[in-house]
Unconditional design. Structure first.
Lengths: 387, 602
């Protein structure tokens, strides 16, 4: 899918109008900064990485957050121009912006398109008003339909998120909701099971016993049904939680899963970048103030660039590779990481999983079945040899 | 100068836990000028934390008191504080053997308890003259007449001249001292001219002095520079210190016939100084050793594993340090498939085991997993040979076994009437055989024969809970008997979990097996595959549970930043694998087995 040297660029915009009870992203409510300085910091960071890793070709730019649709379209344009000005650009470049379906944001869609954005990712989460209010969203189901209507006129490609397996939700209720959502799609959907992350408002409710989640067996049923319905409508899963018609896959996310280099810019953003013959992980300072100061001091907002050992690279390749339909080629993973795969993988155990029908393993190419996806977090620790 | 035997009294204090023995002893010491009022605040004799907290004396101790009696003479009183529990019954017997009399302390608010009974009979066996002392008479709940009646009814001692006293307020202490002088006999024999003959009462390790040996001289002397010989261990040493406790250690020139005190002889290893051994002069030895010596034999076993594998070396060192002071503690390395490296330890009894476990935790800061306590079985092979089985995991294949014998105890339980029904049921459940049931003043005395392995399990806790803490319990060993015993094996995915193996009576095997299977089902986290948990005897499965497979384990999102988080988790999981044990095609965390064992304590 990707060529050697192709990269993705992730821009993290950490501000939101309100914080959702399930969200554990690095998000801040107020913008206590000067817009001008803030933009300068992004541009400076981009330039720093461009000089560090010159000659690369960008396949994707992704504005995530936070709520990047709160940015001014000219800021988005400036960032896109900076990226595409200093690096080569694939003719298939995907430029995605996350947005919420609120009225102020949907009025900016056209301006974002003109700024260079060619794909929209909408945080719909549900078509049910009571669910939206439970999830702490500021929009209504009417807003959703209006926003999706505008998006489909303005953008050739767009996607949205839904959250399911919510407390009290029944299997038939979710099937109904999903089927209502299908005509609103344009070939792509991300459907996430509600996950309670530590430190969120929901986590506190769970601790207090105010919030009860469905058990594993029930979650498995939800998952299987979702996957069946989406497949029936021509959008089979190509990753654990992502469904798309051929060609509609999120190129940006494929960069992560296929372990291409990606530059992460913005408070709390992570990156995986190769330069000087070595692969590094980067993590930007989380607090906006610290991040700004870091960029001003050193030209980028990261704590430092930590080299990743061949074995760690190999394991990261597997982590992503087992989540996608196409799977992972162990010989190519070995080549990419420099780690001999048979040193790390217990092939006997691999065989056990193949016999269970959870993995296929042919000519050293490993790919998960749907049943395998359901347990993918257990699979990797199971097949990796103990240190 | 040799002390005239006439003016020596050697006596022990016998009491049930909490009946005020130590306070009374401290009061005697204070009255004779050994302690100031301020020093009285802490109990002097029980020097270890655990001893003080639990009111148990583990090591014998002696204090020399000088008391000027009403007859105008100054008497040397050697007060012996004996270990107070049946686990240390051999040590108690040697302590008692070094005295001619005992004070039987009975709490006048409580009456006679089972433990009192056992100790007082031992004192009687040692031909002791006994002075009953009714303690705590200052308390409103004190019922002197009832206590007096119980001493007569339950023990069968004449209590008409029992001394009424209070260690706390000092009432009756003078009467008690006077009774010691007038009622207890002086040492009956003792010849200063004969070859040295002394009883080794107890010994302990002191970081500065080396091993300190508590002695009672029968004949001859012990003095500094003297070359001595331990008749049973055959060790030979030179005395470098001789002293008495006042209760502070005071060095003196020599100890003579009838006297008690301590010596040190540059000994580093407590195993050279066995309780009950006879000490004599190397050059001029006595003809015969004192009777009654026997090396200590561990009766209860359990394995100890460090929760953190990195603590293995620490555990070995700590056991070694405890062993310095406790010759009766036995241990050897053990390798368990489920729990890793640890030690199989042998103890004198349940309390001894508890004390050691508690000290390892408290003094050495070790987090340990003890396996269920077990006893020593005698396995008679089909070829007639007998082997001792210390660890259920080492059980022979049943086809080679002719029969198995297990140790029994004779248990004495004293309880208020209203709990009798529950206790009878408990003893019955534990395969007990009733020997005697008598009543005395609203209380029942129950004598049962019980298999020790049923008692080590949680008998004592059940007894206390049935009787709301009022029943008291004591036991003595009562031989081995043949029984229908089997090894109950717990298997996970057909593989035995060694640490959970146990020897049980065939009749109890099903229920114990089912219990353990259910417990493990709760404790083992669901895995990718179905897990079979079984209890089996030989090849036959007698109870089984199935843990269904995990149907879903996948995080919804894995984007840029999630990769780092998930990688950290993966590293942790990989590390955790080292702490897991593979059963069939699943890895099971050690913690599941640890918790299964912990729940056994309840």
């Amino acid at each position: 899918m990707f060529k050697e040297g192709q990269i993705g660029v992730y821009i993290h915009w950490p501000f939101c109008l309100s914080k959702c009870p399930y969200c554990d992203f690095n998000v801040y409510l107020r913008r206590e900064h000067d817009a001008q300085d803030w933009l300068k910091a992004y541009l400076q960071s981009i330039r720093t990485y461009q000089s560090l890793m010159p000659g690369r070709e960008v396949v994707s730019i992704y504005f995530g957050g936070g709520t990047p649709s709160l940015m001014a379209p000219n800021e988005v344009r400036a960032i896109i121009d900076e990226v595409t000005g200093g690096w080569g650009v694939s003719d298939q470049v995907e430029i995605t912006l996350e947005a919420n379906p609120t009225s102020t944001e949907m009025n900016k869609f056209e301006a974002f398109r003109q700024a260079g954005v060619n794909r929209l990712s909408l945080g719909v989460q549900s078509l049910r008003d009571e669910a939206l209010s439970f999830l702490g969203r500021l929009h209504s189901s009417d807003d959703v339909r209006r926003a999706l209507g505008i998006a489909s006129k303005v953008f050739d490609r767009f996607t949205f998120d839904l959250i399911y397996a919510r407390p009290g939700q029944t299997l038939t209720g979710w099937k109904q909701e999903l089927q209502e959502a299908i005509p609103l799609m344009k070939g792509h959907l991300s459907a996430y099971q509600l996950t309670i992350k530590p430190g969120t408002a929901f986590a506190r409710q769970v601790d207090r016993g105010d919030l009860k989640l469905a058990d594993d067996d029930c979650l498995a049923d939800f998952y299987t049904m979702t996957s069946d319905v989406m497949t029936d409508h021509g959008m089979p899963p190509y990753e654990v939680s992502n469904y798309g018609a051929a060609g509609q896959e999120s190129r940006h996310n494929m960069v992560y899963w296929l372990y291409q280099d990606y530059v992460g810019i913005g408070p709390g953003a992570h990156g995986r970048i190769g330069y000087a013959g070595q692969k590094f992980s980067t993590e930007d300072y989380k607090r906006p103030g610290d991040w700004m100061a870091a960029v001003q001091r050193q030209g980028h907002g990261a704590h430092g660039h930590a080299p990743i050992s061949p074995q760690d690279q190999f394991e990261e390749i597997l982590m992503g590779g087992l989540r996608v339909k196409t799977g992972v080629d162990l010989d190519r993973a070995e080549l990419k990481s420099g780690y001999t795969w048979c040193d790390g993988i217990d092939t006997q155990r691999l065989q056990v999983l193949v016999e269970q029908g959870w993995l296929s393993f042919e000519r050293n190419h490993l790919s998960p079945s749907r049943e395998g996806w359901l347990r993918v977090d257990s699979i990797l620790p199971y097949i990796l040899k103990a240190p | 100068m040799t002390q005239d035997l006439k003016y020596i009294r050697n006596f022990a204090i016998i009491a049930h836990i909490d009946h005020g023995k130590s306070t009374l002893a401290d009061r005697l010491i204070q009255t004779c000028g050994g302690l100031t009022e301020r020093e009285m605040s802490a109990q002097v004799l029980d020097s270890m934390d655990i001893e003080r907290e639990r009111g148990i004396t583990i090591k014998a101790q002696t204090v020399r008191l000088l008391y000027t009696a009403k007859d105008g003479h100054e008497y040397q009183l050697n007060l012996m504080d004996t270990p107070g529990h049946v686990d240390f019954s051999y040590e108690v017997s040697r302590s008692l053997a070094s005295c001619e009399g005992s004070i039987l302390v009975v709490d006048s608010t409580q009456g006679v308890e089972a433990q009192t009974l056992a100790n007082v009979y031992q004192a009687i066996d040692n031909n002791h003259e006994i002075i009953p002392a009714l303690n705590k008479v200052d308390l409103p709940a004190s019922d002197v007449e009832k206590a007096r009646q119980e001493i007569e009814d339950v023990i069968g001692l004449d209590a008409s001249e029992a001394v009424e006293c209070s260690g706390k307020t000092g009432i009756g202490i003078d009467d008690l001292l006077e009774a010691i002088v007038t009622k207890l006999p002086p040492p009956s024999e003792g010849d200063a001219e004969k070859p040295t003959k002394a009883l080794l009462i107890d010994s302990w390790y002191d970081a500065y002095l080396g091993v300190v040996i508590l002695v009672r001289i029968i004949d001859g002397h012990l003095k500094k520079g003297q070359k001595i010989k331990f008749m049973n261990t055959r060790a030979e040493r030179e005395i470098d210190r001789v002293g008495v406790f006042s209760p502070k250690p005071v060095m003196i020139d020599e100890l003579g016939p009838g006297e008690m005190g301590f010596i040190t002889a540059g000994i580093k290893d407590i195993e050279d100084t066995l309780v009950g051994d006879t000490i004599t002069d190397m050059r001029k030895p006595c003809d015969t050793a004192l009777p009654g010596f026997k090396p200590s034999v561990p009766m209860v076993f359990c394995s100890l594993f460090p929760v953190d594998m990195g603590d293995y070396e620490d555990l070995r060192d700590s056991l070694g340090k405890l062993k310095l002071n406790d010759a009766s503690l036995h241990f050897e390395p053990e390798q368990s498939q489920a729990l890793g490296m640890g030690f199989r330890c042998g103890f004198l009894g349940l309390l001894h085991m508890e004390i050691i476990q508690e000290r390892l935790g408290r003094e050495f800061d070790l987090d340990l997993i003890p396996t269920a306590p077990s006893v020593v079985y005698h396995i008679y092979r089909t070829n007639g040979e007998m082997v001792e089985l210390y660890n259920p995991a080492d059980m022979l294949d049943p086809v080679y076994i002719e029969h198995i014998e297990e140790p029994w105890i004779k248990a004495t339980i004293l309880t208020p009437d209203e709990y009798l029904g529950g206790l009878l049921q408990l003893c019955q459940e534990r395969r007990g055989v009733q020997i005697d049931l008598t009543y005395a003043g609203g209380r029942a005395m129950l004598v049962y024969r019980l298999p020790l392995n049923e008692v080590v399990f949680d008998f004592y806790d059940r007894l206390k809970s049935i009787s709301r803490g009022y029943a008291s319990f004591d036991y003595e060993l009562d031989g081995y008997d043949k029984n229908n015993l089997v090894k109950l094996e717990i298997r996970v995915n057909q593989e035995p979990v060694d640490a959970l193996a146990m020897i049980v009576h065939r009749d109890n095997a099903e229920s114990r097996g089912r219990q353990m299977c259910e417990r493990l089902k709760e404790l083992i986290p669901r895995q990718m595959f179905k897990i079979a948990i079984q209890a089996a005897i030989g090849g036959k499965v007698i109870a089984a549970e199935h843990l269904s497979a995990l149907r879903k384990d996948v995080t919804a999102k894995c984007y840029g930043g999630d990769v780092s988080r998930k990688k950290k988790l993966l590293d942790k999981q990989k590390k955790g694998k080292a702490k897991m044990r593979q059963y069939g095609n699943v890895d099971i965390p050690q913690s599941a087995f640890i918790n299964a064992l912990k729940m056994g304590d309840e």
